[in-house]
Design a protein around this ligand. Structure first.
Ligand code: GRF
Length: 217
């Protein structure tokens, strides 16, 4: 059983899926703390309802990004987690912070990276006319929305999709793959070499999930 700290900035639907996976035993991990950079993040209420300690480090209280990172790291270290999980955390983290949690800091991004890093991924996917879109769980490196890919889930883009329908289809997959990635990490099955992740003892030979069918073990 490993311990997690989850960082959020808002709604917290990925947080909810992780809380549920931990509660059901689908993920051998205990969520020991939830930290938000926004005091009004809805996910804070969800965490509290689950009896998970919360903490707010409001970025607006810091003149420099580095100072915020230092305060955030202190809050994280107070929980002494094995893994730090970014779940809709909308702040860019500095190099020193990322290095501090090297190989134990993961993020979920709503696109098939390296396509569409940054914001408004669903809008941009529609504008580009791509037929396949999705989400990515990856180890965090100092480059924004970049780093060794742990798992991706792909969804079709339908002719009548708008930003909301496409976002909802991707989000449903996010809620599946994030607990799965944490499970693999907790089971010690992720091997990182030369910037690539491989899965120890894979049951289905790969880590790409094609919605709605899960094909990885
Ligand atoms: C998700 O789409 C996640 O991929 C992105 O921000 C969104 C957060 O949603 N990084 P929620 O707060 O987990 O509901």
């Amino acid at each position: 059983m490993i311990t997690l700290v989850i960082l959020i900035s808002g709604r917290g639907s990925n947080l909810t899926s992780l809380l549920n996976a931990a509660a059901s035993g689908a993920m051998p991990a205990r969520i020991v703390g939830v930290i938000s950079n926004r005091p009004d993040a809805l996910g804070l209420q969800t965490a509290e309802a689950h009896g998970v300690p919360t903490c707010v480090i409001d970025h607006r209280g810091f003149a420099e990004r580095e100072q915020f990172d230092v305060a955030l790291a202190a809050a994280i270290d107070g929980f002494a987690p094995d893994l730090v999980v970014l779940a809709g955390f909308m702040r860019i983290l500095g190099k020193a912070f990322v290095r501090r949690y090297e190989n134990r800091l993961i993020n979920i991004h709503p696109s098939l990276l390296p396509a569409f890093p940054g914001l408004h991924t669903h809008r941009r996917a529609l504008a580009e006319g791509v037929r396949i879109h999705g989400c990515t769980v990856h180890f965090v490196t100092p480059d924004l929305d970049h780093g060794p890919v742990i798992v991706q889930a792909a969804v079709p883009v339908l002719d009548d999709d708008d930003e909301a329908t496409l976002a909802a289809r991707v989000l449903a997959q996010e809620h599946q793959v994030y607990p799965l990635a944490v499970r693999w990490f907790a089971e010690g099955r992720l091997r990182l070499r030369d910037g690539r992740v491989s899965l120890d003892a894979p049951q289905a030979g790969g880590v790409v999930l094609i919605a709605p069918q899960l094909v990885a073990g």
